[in-house]
Design a protein around this ligand. Structure first.
Ligand code: GTP
Length: 230
């Protein structure tokens, strides 16, 4: 794929920044791909809701991307601290970007339980997913070898992309495009109807992400298990 100029010249260290924004109202009718970005704290997934238009195999598709507050493993590592808002986003989405930082093994350990959590919300069928190892520019601080990422991605039925949101926007873009293709395939040609149970859900309201994240960190640091515990 040849990337548009605005993709190549994007700036910022966040996974979602490099993909050019498109007004929601300008969405391509009946060709919408909904993606949610999930991962532990500090892995680089920041953004709000992003609406993008991409061209896939000659056809325009509207891409809606939802950022989420971070998730964290419980002390016993068996489950996740995960806000209700994340559950709504998981339910809403057609495809999943699971992100960890290659410099943080704990963020990697969060991925498998996170995937299980998505599975619980969508128990049947194929779940379009990609695994993204971010911060590949920080090679000296690497804690997760690339082959571990590949093995984990394969076990989830997806592909592993190692990217640097800071230095390689093309990698980020390629990862999202791949997931879009997977979603369109899973939805059966992408004619826009939500085939999963015939639902056509509205996007969850984008709350104030910074406030949500702040509150979530408070909950985690005080170890009060009042957040939805799975
Ligand atoms: N070196 C490097 N730093 C990055 C990269 N991507 C993000 N960062 C930095 O990592 C830090 C965390 O990024 P955020 O986007 O806030 O992380 P987050 O996943 O949204 O974390 P929460 O807000 O806790 O959910 C920021 O300081 C970013 O600048 C990258 O590819 N390379």
């Amino acid at each position: 794929h040849r990337l548009p100029q605005e993709v190549r010249s994007g700036s910022g260290n966040f996974l979602l920044v490099p993909i050019p924004e498109y007004p929601l109202l300008d969405c391509v009718p009946n060709k919408t791909v909904k993606i949610v970005v999930l991962g532990a704290s500090n892995v680089g997934k920041t953004g709000a809701l992003y609406s993008r238009k991409v061209t896939l195999e000659g056809e325009e598709v509207s891409l809606q991307i939802q950022d989420t507050p971070c998730v964290a493993l419980q002390d016993d590592a068996e489950g996740l601290y995960c806000q209700e808002q994340i559950n709504r986003s998981i339910y809403w989405a057609d495809g999943y970007v699971l992100v960890f930082s290659i410099t943080d093994h704990n963020s990697y350990r969060t991925i498998q339980p996170l995937y299980q959590h998505v599975r619980r919300i969508h128990p049947s069928g194929n779940i379009p997913v990609i695994l993204v190892g971010n911060k590949s520019d920080l090679l000296r601080a690497r804690q997760v070898p690339a082959d571990e990422g590949e093995t984990l991605a394969a076990s989830l039925g997806g592909i592993y992309f190692e990217v640097s949101a800071r230095e390689n926007h093309e990698g980020v873009h390629a990862a999202f495009l791949h997931l879009c293709q997977e979603v369109i395939r899973a939805l059966g040609g992408g004619n826009g109807e939500k085939r999963r149970g015939g639902l056509h859900l509205a996007r969850p309201k984008s709350p104030n992400m910074q406030e949500l994240k702040r509150r979530f960190r408070q909950v985690l640091s005080s170890k009060v298990k009042s957040a939805t515990t799975i």
